[in-house]
Design a binder for this molecule. Structure first.
Ligand code: NAD
Ligand code: TYD
Length: 350
């Protein structure tokens, strides 16, 4: 039986990856290592927590001794590393948390994998999950390819870029069998409501202002989270060691247009008069260093491994809204307590 370590499996994307692997590979043991920060939530995995091939371990990737002992306890055949501090706005307020988890934590995992596989790394893989934000900010034209030079501009993206470089260094220096993917913005069920879409869904529902940074002109390329999870499965199995794959939805939206679409969908679902939710849109002070545009060229992944996004955005948005509306308890739980404090600091009392 193979054993795979998935880090950050209680988070947004990680929980979709854990579920996919646990259900699809019953002969594979999946160990989910997560610190359960504010963003980690075991409720995301309620439906699979009793599966025989699933095990949860609570722990911090920044703690090198703990990571080494974990790698001694299990003989991992593969690592899929998603654990990270992931929110740009938080990285502007507290960069050190991002340096520690995203950089030091990644190095701890790399060191442990290097030691564990030193005598035989045949068939093993260390898969590092990264973001398109490492490439910086695009103007009106062009797409990020795997060859685009790194130009991170937020503490979050700089910490992810740094970890990508170190992962590649371990490949070149120590022959560690690594693979990296850089994905665009994900959306879907279980995303913590600090990110644009779930935050707006929650605020539309509760009739709170929808804080749009600047003029809402910034553009993001949105991918349904389950399509990202499928890309991760494919790259984990078929990705060439030492390679990088870009993953994107080919689905660019200006923030303001996206928020307006969401308002229209939710007016319908909530039985409100069309236009009612749009009145909640409030333009607020722009994010410092706000990247203008992200857009991914994922043709390498499509061409070489046969991946493609499965869901049209309109359908995905509807599904996402439906999920949040029918999982009120989940939303209420994650927006109580510490979330209120974060919200006040980030957006002021409203
Ligand atoms: P998330 O914030 O929802 O989840 C992160 C998870 O990591 C949480 O469960 C948290 O508890 C855990 N974690 C944080 N610090 C830890 C530590 N020190 N030790 C162990 N666990 C820790 O993030 P996400 O949106 O699911 O992103 C997952 C990964 O995908 C990240 O590496 C992120 O950079 C990358 N990514 C995210 C997106 C996106 O749109 N969300 C896009 C591209 C890439
Ligand atoms: P976000 O979901 O934080 O993802 P990222 O910064 O990683 O792209 O933000 C998506 C876009 O929405 C980004 O351009 C910033 C913008 N945004 C707002 O306008 N208002 C908000 O309250 C948030 C959280 C984001």
């Amino acid at each position: 039986m193979k054993t795979i370590l998935i880090t950050g499996g209680a988070g947004f994307i990680g929980s979709h990856v854990v579920r996919l692997f646990v259900k699809k590979y019953p002969n594979c043991k999946i160990v989910n290592l997560d610190k359960l920060t504010y963003a980690g939530n075991l409720a995301n995995l309620k439906d699979i927590e009793d599966y025989a091939n699933y095990e949860f371990v609570k722990g911090d990737i920044v703690d090198g001794d703990f990571i080494n002992s974990l790698f001694l306890r299990y003989t991992f055949d593969g690592v899929i590393h998603l654990a990270a501090e992931s929110h740009v706005d938080r990285s502007i307020v507290s960069p050190m948390d991002f340096i520690m988890t995203n950089i030091v934590g990644t190095v701890n995992l790399l060191n442990a994998a290097k030691t564990m596989w030193k005598d035989n790394s045949e068939g093993k893989k260390f898969y590092h999950i990264s973001t398109d934000e490492v490439y910086g900010s695009l103007g009106e034209e062009g797409l990020f390819t795997e060859e685009t030079a790194y130009d991170p501009r937020s503490p979050y993206s700089a910490s992810k870029a740094s970890s990508d470089h170190i992962v590649r260094a371990y490949f070149h220096t120590y022959n560690l069998p690594v693979v990296i993917s850089n994905c665009s913005n994900n959306y879907g069920a279980n995303q913590f409501p600090e990110k644009l879409l779930p935050l707006c869904i929650n605020n539309i529902k509760t009739l709170k202002p929808l804080p749009v940074y600047g003029k809402g002109e910034n553009i993001r390329d949105w991918l349904w989270v389950e399509d990202h999870a499928k890309a991760i499965e494919l790259i984990f199995h078929k990705g060439i060691i030492g390679e990088t794959y870009n993953i994107g939805g080919n689905n660019e939206w200006k923030n303001i247009d996206l928020v307006r679409s969401l308002c229209r969908i939710m007016d319908n679902k909530l039985g409100r008069i069309q236009g009612e939710s749009e009145k909640l849109i409030t333009f607020v002070t722009d994010r410092a260093g706000h990247d203008l545009r992200y857009a991914i060229d994922s043709s390498k992944l499509q061409r070489e491994l046969g991946w493609g996004p499965s869901l049209q955005f309109e359908e995905g948005l509807e599904k996402t809204v439906d999920w949040y509306l029918s999982n009120e308890e989940w939303l209420n739980n994650v927006t109580s307590g510490a979330y209120q404090k974060y919200y006040e600091v980030q957006y002021g009392k409203r």
